[in-house]
Design a protein around this ligand. Structure first.
Ligand SMILES: [Mn+2]
Length: 492
């Protein structure tokens, strides 16, 4: 009895399909994605690969691999494990080093889209199997969370679970680029590394030195930026649609979207892609977290976030009550007081941390400033053991001269989003806090009355604690003010 599959499709596709089925690869995702097979972009029209009718419809248009989100994960894992990267272009998708959910899923979803697009090209040019993109390119989203911290990231785990993934599916930068890793030796064989920056717009010096440690500079290029932070004017060869930075600089210092995932959604749609369920769920979760479910009191969500949220609601067919439930689940996990009170000082500072260099315009000297976001009130944070010692250890380990800790939480009595701020400075350069207090019309800082008196002077540091009246100013706004201050005012 002949195999029914062989009867209805060409010999080449038959072999291909049998290989796919033999390896148990699901191929439902790609039929959702590609406009060629799905002219009206109707997400509800999922086809079943195992049905004869389906095979008849799409026989010779079968892509070389299937394309669900799980298949994408399989693609980059196997590229590094079996296939290798020799003579290939490696496309890296990088979020920022704070590695919040926004950074992780912006990189993940945009990498997924780019991989799907490369597969789509293969479908349009089925005859050019051997020269087509899918054989020549690898698509890898990198995550900057430390392996030891993954278990603390409850919101990350919830989102991953909802798309049938877990934290083991993430490729961690520390494993990827360590000099001894197998991954870095595979990457070193690539023809070229093309980097897309998401949720930041300047390649971090640490990442740059890691990648240049294994590749020649001329083989590494930043090719696209999608971000909602102040434009650092790096990689200025990238312009037009490839430079999507939604931030209004001086004087307003306003992010034009609360979430980079909003920009990723916009970019995918403009690029002719379709938002699949596997993309829509993470994008939705992150936009809800980043905008506090579009709470006007938080001053985070914008019209652009709202437009994308509405589109995703349609894509997923979710009503407002389901959306609210999803947001509550994520937000409660991320801000869980039990979690935050269980963290040590160092773990709290590491949870959402970014480091910025400031190069003095006169002397050329560099000072490094760290910013940590903590989801507790100052007084609860200060109840932690070994506060002074761990703050100092943290600053020394990170190699920073100044640490700004930004506290964000819902105030128990008023039920309002609230911000507080601690500035720890080396005594030698300690005038930042005075500058922030006097920075007209911005932070509205007043001294924090419940901050315990801890003697940092004996260790050469000065500490100030504030209530921050203007809650519109998050790290996106405060970091440029602080960096500019140090660029103008380092005494060396
Ligand atoms: Mn972001």
């Amino acid at each position: 009895m002949p195999n029914p599959v062989s009867i209805i499709i060409s010999p080449y596709c038959s072999i291909l399909l049998q290989v796919l089925l033999f390896h148990g690869i699901k191929t439902t995702g790609w039929s959702l994605y590609f406009p060629l097979l799905k002219p009206h972009n109707n997400l509800a029209r999922t086809r079943n690969i195992h049905s004869t009718r389906h095979l008849k419809m799409s026989s010779c248009m079968l892509p070389p691999t299937s394309s669900s989100l799980k298949d994408f994960v399989q693609h980059y894992k196997s590229s590094l494990n079996d296939g290798g990267c020799a003579n290939k272009v490696v496309n890296l998708f990088l979020g920022n080093e704070a590695a919040d959910a926004d950074s992780i899923f912006s990189a993940f979803c945009y990498g997924y889209h780019s991989w799907l697009k490369a597969n789509q090209n293969q479908i349009h040019n089925p005859s050019s199997v051997h020269s087509s993109t899918w054989r020549k390119e690898v698509f890898i989203p990198l995550t900057f969370v430390k392996a030891a911290d993954l278990s603390l990231r409850a919101e990350l785990q919830i989102i991953l679970n909802k798309v049938d993934l877990n934290t083991r599916d993430l490729l961690l930068a520390e494993q990827f680029l360590s000099s001894t890793s197998i991954n870095s030796s595979k990457i070193a064989e690539a023809d070229k590394v093309c980097i897309t920056l998401l949720d930041h717009n300047a390649l971090s010096p640490q990442f740059e030195s890691s990648i240049l440690g294994i590749m020649n500079r001329e083989k590494v290029e930043v090719v696209e930026i999608i971000d909602h932070h102040c434009d650092e004017q790096a990689h200025i060869h990238i312009q037009g649609r490839k430079r999507r930075i939604a931030f209004e600089s001086e004087p307003s210092l306003k992010a034009l979207t609360g979430s980079c995932c909003t920009l990723v959604h916009e970019a995918i749609v403009e690029d002719g892609g379709v938002i699949t369920r596997d993309m829509a769920v993470p994008l939705l979760g992150v936009i809800l977290l980043d905008t506090l479910n579009m709470d006007p009191a938080a001053h985070k969500g914008t019209d652009r976030d709202q437009i994308v949220l509405n589109e995703i609601k349609g894509t997923l067919n979710m009503d407002s009550s389901k959306i609210n439930t999803f947001f509550d689940e994520l937000s409660n996990a991320k801000t869980d007081p039990k979690l935050w009170e269980s963290l040590t000082v160092c773990e709290s500072l590491r949870f959402d941390y970014k480091k910025f260099p400031a190069v003095n315009r006169c002397s050329g000297n560099t000072i490094s400033i760290g910013f940590s976001s903590v989801l507790l009130p100052i007084d609860r944070f200060c109840e932690k053991q070994r506060l002074k010692e761990e703050i100092l250890d943290y600053m020394n380990n990170c190699g920073i001269d100044c640490l700004v800790i930004m506290f964000f939480f819902i105030h128990k009595q008023s039920n309002q989003p609230t911000r507080e701020l601690i500035v720890v400075e080396r005594a030698s350069t300690a005038r930042l806090s005075a500058h922030l207090v006097n920075h007209v019309g911005s932070l509205e800082l007043t001294p924090h009355t419940r901050f315990p008196s801890i003697d940092f002077n004996s260790v050469g540091c000065v500490v100030s604690a504030f209530n921050q009246g203007n809650i519109k100013f998050s790290r996106k706004q405060v970091a440029p003010i602080v960096v500019e201050y140090f660029e103008k005012n380092i005494d060396h």
